[in-house]
Design a protein around this ligand. Structure first.
Ligand code: TXA
Ligand code: MG
Length: 320
């Protein structure tokens, strides 16, 4: 089935039957199902082994479609969608009755996003209704940025192949149901850009303000199976015997006994390369993955989002 149109129709027919389809977005691949179909949504939780307390993002192809999933579309949502949709920004609003409770982990809100990827939009339009799309990985594991990553994790799920994801880390989640909006998950679009659009100051996690994080977002997340350490430099550790992989921006300094994965210097390049690098490191079957704390040119909010993912990838234990 090589014809793109035929693939889309095949995928949309699966969604109509309540089955799952993986699809590309500009951030990471999503595990799609009909958002208004409670049984299909339950299948997504089951397939990912996702705790039912962690709500799903609902993907839409337009603001009009977004309005069918919420009770009101507040001014803040309108402004953000105008500025950043299609794009890597997910907006939390009050959910409409059409959205089953399991999408929202039983809560009163729903998280909506219009992805900036032609295949994702074409799929949603062919299906005609919103699609839930958590990242297409087992709960807690590294998100997928290629169709191969998804197939490796879910061999039985049909994948629409859109090539490697351009952005590489998940969307920013912003809650506009509060009088002062808040970022619940940092991403490519940082607080400063959101504040500039809304003209209000946010409750700002980037500035260290303590706010409730997205429900169900585990401390240990985005994690390889191999033990992973985040540090300033591999040489902080005394590892005469261990076989390890280093994700580094200075590959030439890594000793021969280790494998170096050379990471881009700039924030945008680093984000796009990160999950593939973690998956490749994991596949080498070494004892330890060392990630050197990255820095460099590029958007500072992007570095905040990258460090958030690296801290979760290297966190000990299961819960925050
Ligand atoms: O870039 C992305 O957002 C990707 C692509 C596929 O669109 N999707 C993604 O989905 O990362 P997932 O399920 O892995 O992450 C969803 C995040 C979680 O942190 C979840 O807690 C939060 O969004 N979330 C979903 N619904 C929410 C709600 N009603 N209130 C607050 N947070 C919510
Ligand atoms: Mg995820």
């Amino acid at each position: 089935m090589h014809d793109a149109r035929a693939q889309l129709e095949f995928a949309a027919a699966k969604l109509r039957r309540g089955e799952l389809v993986a699809f590309p977005t500009e951030t990471v691949y999503g595990l799609g199902a009909a958002a208004f179909d409670e049984a299909a949504v339950a299948r997504v939780f089951e397939t990912k082994s996702r705790p039912p307390t962690n709500p799903l993002i609902v993907h839409v192809a337009s603001v009009d479609m977004a309005r069918t999933a919420c009770t009101e579309w507040p001014e803040h949502a309108m402004k953000l969608a105008e500025a950043f949709w299609p794009g890597p920004l997910s907006i939390v609003v009050h959910r409409s009755e059409r959205v089953p409770a399991n999408v929202a982990a039983g809560g009163p809100t729903v998280c909506l996003r219009m992805p900036a990827h032609p295949l994702a939009i074409a799929l949603i339009e062919a299906f005609g209704e919103p699609i839930v799309g958590p990242s297409a990985n087992r709960s807690g594991h590294v998100s997928p940025t290629t169709a191969e990553h998804v197939r490796a994790e879910f061999p039985d799920v049909f994948v629409l192949d859109g090539g490697p994801c351009r952005v590489g880390i998940e969307s920013t989640v912003v809650d506009v149901t509060l009088s002062r909006p808040a970022i619940l998950r940092p991403g490519t679009i940082g607080a400063a850009r959101i504040e500039a659009v809304l003209g209000v100051s946010m409750r700002n996690a980037e500035a260290g303000e303590q706010i409730a994080r997205s429900p169900g977002l585990l401390h240990r997340h985005y994690a390889p199976r191999t033990p992973t350490l985040l540090c300033e430099a591999w040489s902080e550790f005394d590892l005469p015997e261990a076989r390890f992989v280093v994700l580094t921006q200075r590959a030439h300094e890594v000793p021969q006994q280790a494998t170096a994965i050379d990471m881009p210097g700039d924030a945008e390049g680093y984000a796009a390369a990160l999950y593939d690098a973690l998956r490749r490191a994991d596949a080498l079957g070494v004892e330890l993955i060392i990630v050197e704390r990255p820095s460099g040119p590029g958007d500072s909010s992007m570095w905040v989002a990258i460090l958030d993912r690296l801290e979760r990838a290297s966190a000990q234990g299961e819960h925050s």
